[in-house]
Structures are given as C-alpha cells and as structure tokens.
Ligand binder design. Structure first.
Ligand code: MN
Length: 198
C-alpha cells in the first residue's frame, strides 16, 4: 500500500514504545485536505509545515516559520512524510528520540490547491510536488490566503506569501501569536505539563 511505503522513513526514525507520536494507522478523511504548522523546539527551534496529499502529510522544516509579507522568502527543507494523525500531535518527544523536544500546533486548517483550479496549467498536488511548484490557499486561524512553495535546489524550497488581501507586511505572527491554536498553550506550558505526567 502506498501510504505504508510513504511512511516507512517516518516509522524507522522512531521508537513508538518511547515517543507518544502517532504511528500512522488512520486512512482518511475529509473532502478538502488539511494543513498544519507545528512549532518544534528541537535541537534548533523551527516550524514544520505539512500539507495533506494523498493520505499523508508532506512535510518541510521552515526555520523562521511562515510570513505574511510577500517580500519574505522563507527557506523550507523537505522532511519525511508524516501520518495524517500527526496533524494534531502536541507534546514532548523524549530525550534520545528522533526530534527530541516540544511540539505545539501553531496553526491548522483546510487548504485548496490553486493550480488544481487553473484551466490549461491545471495540476494535482502530486504533479505540483513533482514540478517543484506548489500554489495553495490556506484557511488557518493565523495564516490565510495564497502561498507558493517553490523548489530552488536539492532539498531546498522557498515558501512565499502571494500578494492578496491576506498579505500584511506589518504582521509578524510567529512572534506576536506564539500559542497553540488547539490548546492555547505555549511551548513552555506544554513542556512543563507533559514532564509532570511522568
Ligand atoms: Mn520538526
């Protein structure tokens, strides 16, 4: 099954007896695909940008997170596919495990494939991934509107806000809106609550 293959790398990196991250068993899901941006306080703080495509979450690590300013080009480094259930994972990955550190759901919502709607230049998300040219419309709580994800080299993409009504060069949501959209918690609160459980 394609989904299993696609998650092989994800599973190989993790010891599910130790980490509370999901193994990935759920099939799917709603008519419109979802996206999630997770803030991850690992060895280096970064944001993980994930898009649901064909039953898995296609993933990029974005060191500076998502901007609302069309002049900003945010580096996005591809990482392994994650299971759909990862979309609402929040918690602490234990020391010694892959990606050890605290994870918070910074934003999530549904998205649309803008290239899928275009006449002539129409493309599925699968084709967009192959092309290295993704154009999407995000409907999150913090992040909305059009974004492009463009491959510019091996393991190197750029995430860029499109010029539309949601573009705003004055907003800086990564610093002004740090909390989880699922639980309202900060990274520190998640870390202390989770360590209290053990
Ligand atoms: Mn990460």
């Amino acid at each position: 099954m394609e989904t299993d293959d696609s998650l092989k790398k994800y599973r190989e990196k993790r010891d599910f007896r130790r980490t509370s991250e999901p193994q990935g068993e759920k099939e799917k899901s709603s008519a419109q695909p979802m996206f999630v941006i997770q803030k991850h306080d690992a060895s280096r703080l970064h944001y993980d940008f994930r898009l649901e495509v064909d039953g898995v979450l296609k993933s990029w690590a974005v060191p500076k997170g998502v901007s609302t300013d069309p002049r900003e080009r945010r580096l996005a480094v591809p990482t392994e596919d994650h299971p759909l259930e990862y979309g609402d994972f929040e918690g602490v990955i234990p020391k010694g495990e892959y990606g050890a550190g605290t994870v918070l759901v910074w934003d999530t919502g549904l998205y649309k494939n803008l290239r899928g709607e275009k006449k002539g230049d129409g493309a599925s998300m699968k084709k967009s991934l192959e092309d290295g040219k993704i154009e999407i419309w995000l409907e999150g709580k913090k992040i909305q509107g059009g974004y492009a994800l463009i491959r510019t080299g091996d393991d190197r993409w750029l995430l860029i806000k499109k010029k539309d009504e949601a573009a705003d060069s004055r907003r800086n949501p990564t610093s002004t809106e740090p909390k989880s959209v699922l639980s309202g918690r900060t990274l520190e609160e998640i870390a202390s609550e989770e360590s209290g459980k053990e």
